[in-house]
Design a protein. Sequence first.
Length: 138
Amino acid sequence: MNHKDQNNRKDGFKIPEGYLESFDERFCERLNAKQKQVSRSKDIISLTPKKLMRIAAAIVLLVGLGVFIKTQLTASLSEEALEYYLEYNPSSYTLSNEFIQAFDESDIKELEQGIQINQKEINEYVQTNIDLEYYLNY
């Protein structure tokens, strides 16, 4: 077949006028549009199951670490640790001279009125919590 026979085909398909002349331009425009679309899709992070597992592990680690730190900060002191601290660090609970000088008799009376002393409770506490033999033999 020669070139003239192709243009005079009887199957109903013809090449539109100027199609091949503008083909390169249209092809380049479509290619550029496709590249822009691909570059925009790089900004989108796809969440694969592997990434989801990593994110979940990080969240569990952070929550666990937070709970651990909170329990460490709120842990109560044992009586033995407190007694040891008070016994070997007397300067931590002594009053300064300025405080003692500023404290007068009216302050003491006010404190006495605010503190309710129950002798029965004091006796029970001493009998159950204090080693009397230690202090009597000391």
